[in-house]
Write a protein that binds this ligand. Structure first.
Ligand code: ATP
Length: 319
């Protein structure tokens, strides 16, 4: 009998406040940020690979597919090595799970290289799926593997509002901010996160360790409007001038706040209150022609990203 097909969503994230501190001895920047997972999510399906190891070993996989050990990852829209393939490979190696080869299919909805943590979210979801397939849902090994996959992966393991500090490795759950909706304006351009950090250094952006500590305490107490600041925004804007008109468009759509998501170039318009849904949706519809992929999104809780078994009719139910 074949193994059940599993499905999980990998929410994109935005940063509600991002404060940059000094560079550490390991070359990474200290930062403090509140990360929020969004309903704009990639969809991952893990199924037994038809033909097993034989087809996984077959040469000639196109750009969108790459073999991760015996497993295969198919992800249209992402060229080159896929972080989710690395996640699967590392989970197999660390856990000893030797179940039959799997195909992981990723439907990308989160814009790529856009400051929304899409690759990290996919890697975290791949770990959740692999642990589930191995019969160890919620395996503590996931938390050990996550930081080694990337600075943003630990915050995506159980997507929920979290306060992140260090270089991304310290993740603390926080109370969800007051109700709000978001207008997501993707860019036609991409930005590389390391380049944005380098540009921030070139521009001399960065706070002292003491300032960072104080901001961490303030964010822990709750999200106040004056904390909706992204220290990486000037660096992203300097590398991508198309961000400025997107910020203006979000403001003109009535957003209470407009900011760059993470390292950009995606722009977020935030609307407070449940009634923000209408304005965010209207804004997305009106702006979609100028900003393809413009969409309204809401914050989500961990059950949104839980692993489910795909029934015969294609619907998934949580385990
Ligand atoms: P960050 O997590 O630093 O905010 P980002 O959201 O700006 O990153 P991603 O969408 O994660 O950017 O993509 C960054 C790079 O990672 C891309 O250039 C892409 O080639 C590579 N990558 C590897 N795997 C994936 C994946 N599953 N989804 C998206 N990008 C991936």
């Amino acid at each position: 009998m074949s193994e059940p097909t599993l499905r999980a969503l990998a929410p994109g994230k935005t940063n509600l406040g991002l404060f940059l501190g000094p560079t550490r001895a390991d070359g990474l920047h200290e930062l403090v940020t509140l990360i929020e997972p969004l309903s704009l999510a990639d969809e991952l399906t893990l199924e037994e690979l038809p033909g097993g190891a034989l087809s996984a070993a077959a040469p000639g996989l196109d750009d969108a597919a790459c073999a991760g050990g015996a497993d295969e990852v198919v992800c249209a829209g992402v060229e080159g090595p896929n972080l989710a393939a690395t996640a699967l490979e590392r989970y197999r190696a660390a856990s000893g799970w030797d179940g039959p080869p799997r195909r992981l299919t990723i439907v990308k909805r989160v814009p790529v290289a856009a400051g929304m943590g899409g690759g990290s979210g996919d890697a975290a979801a791949a770990l959740r799926l692999a642990a589930h397939a191995a019969g160890r849902p919620g395996d503590p090994l996931i938390a050990q593997l996550a930081p080694r996959l990337g600075a943003d992966v630990p915050s995506q393991v159980a997507p929920a509002p979290v306060l992140v500090h260090g270089a991304g490795e310290h993740v603390e759950p926080v109370l969800p901010p007051p109700a709000h909706w978001l207008l997501v304006l993707p860019s036609r351009e991409r930005l590389s996160t390391p380049e944005v950090f380098r540009e921030a250094d070139r521009l001399g952006i960065g706070r002292t360790a003491q300032e960072l500590l104080e901001l961490r305490e303030r964010l822990r107490e709750g999200l106040l409007p004056e904390l909706l600041v992204n220290d990486l925004e000037p660096a992203a804007r300097s590398l991508c001038p198309a961000i400025a008109p997107a910020l203006e468009a979000a403001r003109a759509a009535g957003a209470d706040h407009a900011f760059v998501s993470g390292s950009g170039p995606t722009v977020i318009g935030l609307f407070w209150g449940e009634q923000g849904e209408r304005a965010a949706r209207t804004g997305a519809e009106r702006l979609r022609e100028r900003f393809p992929g413009a969409v309204a999104a809401r914050p989500v809780a961990p059950d949104f990203a839980a692993v489910g078994v795909v029934r015969d009719n294609g619907a998934a139910h949580e385990q």
